[in-house]
Each structure stands twice: as structure tokens, then as C-alpha cells.
Write a protein that binds this ligand. Sequence first.
Ligand SMILES: Nc1ncnc2c1ncn2[C@@H]1O[C@H](COP(=O)(O)OP(=O)(O)OP(=O)(O)O)[C@@H](O)[C@H]1O
Ligand SMILES: [Mg+2]
Length: 297
Amino acid sequence: MTAKIRSIASAAGHEAQLDLAPRPAHGKLTITEVGKIYDPQGAAVVAVSDCSMDIAAGDFLAIVGPSGCGKSTLVNIIAGFDNLSSGEILLDDAPLATTEQAPRPGSDRVVVFQNGALFPWKSVLDNVMYGPLVQEVMTHREAKRKALDLLRRCGGLDRVAEAYPAQLSSGMQRRVEIVRALMNDPKVLLLDEPFRAMDTVSKTTMHEHLLEMYHVCRKTIVFITHDLEEAIFLADRVVVMTSRPGTIKTTLDVTLPRPRTAALLASEDFRALKAKLSAAVHEEAKRAFERGEREQA
Ligand SMILES: Nc1ncnc2c1ncn2[C@@H]1O[C@H](COP(=O)(O)OP(=O)(O)OP(=O)(O)O)[C@@H](O)[C@H]1O
Ligand SMILES: [Mg+2]
């Protein structure tokens, strides 16, 4: 039977294929009782404590929680930028980070932050080709073919392949960064507040584009945000972390159907999920605030 291809007119004005790619075979994350203490011999900041979650390969998970609750710490440990103090993280059932084994950055996990990281002196195409060329995992011809193909499939960005970052809007630059992150075919894509600095309208467009990329090149995604609507609109599950030391307060399953379009934002189901999530997050934000007040007193 031929699969029915659904499409909508995207914000960029082109027809986007939105059937979700099949679940990938790799990219399962098992996070068990992870703790992180910064400066254990000195100030001993307990950033994360007893944090456990399972993320299936190809799932889109969002993490929300009060400022300073350890969201970036967790992402940095998964990325291999920092070690953990207790617990373990497995990637596809193999140890990624344990107390005996410091995690290492690898091309199987890639992070996109809120601050732009494109080389301003390189064209879009050269930026996207950069990683695999420098790591010598592709020939120039292979990298170019793959970069142009990915750019095209991710919202028709091949149209700006010869442009330089400064010639693009910040939203477009962020999309190119995500395409660049996909070049090495990572198992896990870690996004730490990638759209934080954007206005609401640009963000909505970015969400549409990100979901399009997710539908085309399905990866395990861990998405950190403070924006509750963003978390619900994008993710399959939203994890709420407690105030520091961050642990899992609750997990919300987002049962909204895919493909998701902006019309969902006005639906009753969406509003109900948002009310539930807001209540959990605000309780923790209040707790963090009150603790801050006490610590300063
Ligand atoms: N290198 C470090 N040394 C000491 N403490 C740190 C370090 N990095 C982070 N922290 C502390 O660990 C806690 C968690 O920080 P983290 O950046 O992970 O929080 P976050 O949830 O990402 O916050 P935000 O929402 O503001 O980005 C904070 O109290 C922070 O001050
Ligand atoms: Mg952070």
C-alpha cells in the first residue's frame, strides 16, 4: 500500500512532507540516578541529583524547569562536555558516562546552543560541509552532495547554499546550524534553548521548520526550554525538573497528533496540557525563588 503523504504549506511557502520518518534503530538514552556536584572539595554545588529517564530512539523529549535547576548540566554530560558525580548514562545500552568512565564528545551526539556558531567567513554550504571534511570522514564530493541534499530536504535551504551567514536572518542561520549538526548523522541531537532570543512570531516559524526536519531526519532529540508552549508543541514528552538540585518532578505525555500545525495551539487539548505543565513548573519556580530569598537572608 502506498503511504499517504500529507503536506502543508510551510512558513517558507513550500510544500513540506510531514509524514514522520520511521523510528531509528539507534539513539536510545538510559539515564539512571545521575547526580552532578560542581566543586565537590570547595563550594560543592549540587546541580543535579538522582535524575532518571529513559528516552527511546527517535523520541522528541523536552526538558523544562526553573533557572539553575541543572538542565544544561544534564545536556553537557550527555554531550560529553562534563562528567557526572553519580549514576550512569547508557547510549543504546552501552556505557556513555559512568563514575568510572568520563563521557567523551562524539559525532553520535551533537549540541546546538542558543548562540550562533556558524563561521561568518564561510558560505552556508561550506559551513555545513565543514565538520565531515575536517574529520576526514567524507570526500569533498560526498560532503557537498550530502550537504546540498540535507539543505534541500530541510525546508529548501539549498537556495541559500552560496550565501554567507550575515546575509541570512537569525532564524535561517539557526536552521543552517541544525542542518550542519545533522551532517554526521548523529544518533542524538541536543538543543539547549536554541530559540531563546527569538520573538514569538519567529519562534513559531522555527518550530514549524524544526518539526519538518524532525519528520525528515528523525533523531532522538533532547530539547531544553523555558517556553512551555514550545515544549508541548514540539515534544512527545515533557520532563519537568525540580528546582536545584534538579531531579525529575513529573513527566507529561504529549498525546497531540503529528503533524502539528499552529492551529493546535488554540485547541482544548493543548490548553489543558499547558495548564497542567504550568502548574508543575510554577510550583518549582516558586520553591526556587523562596529558597533564594532564604539563602540571601
Ligand atoms: N561550572 C560550574 N561550576 C559551579 N557551578 C556551576 C557550574 N555550572 C553550573 N553551575 C551551577 O549548577 C546549577 C545548574 O546550572 P545549569 O546551567 O545546569 O542550570 P540550567 O537549568 O541550565 O539553568 P538556566 O535555565 O538558567 O539555563 C546552577 O546553580 C549553576 O550555578
Ligand atoms: Mg541552561
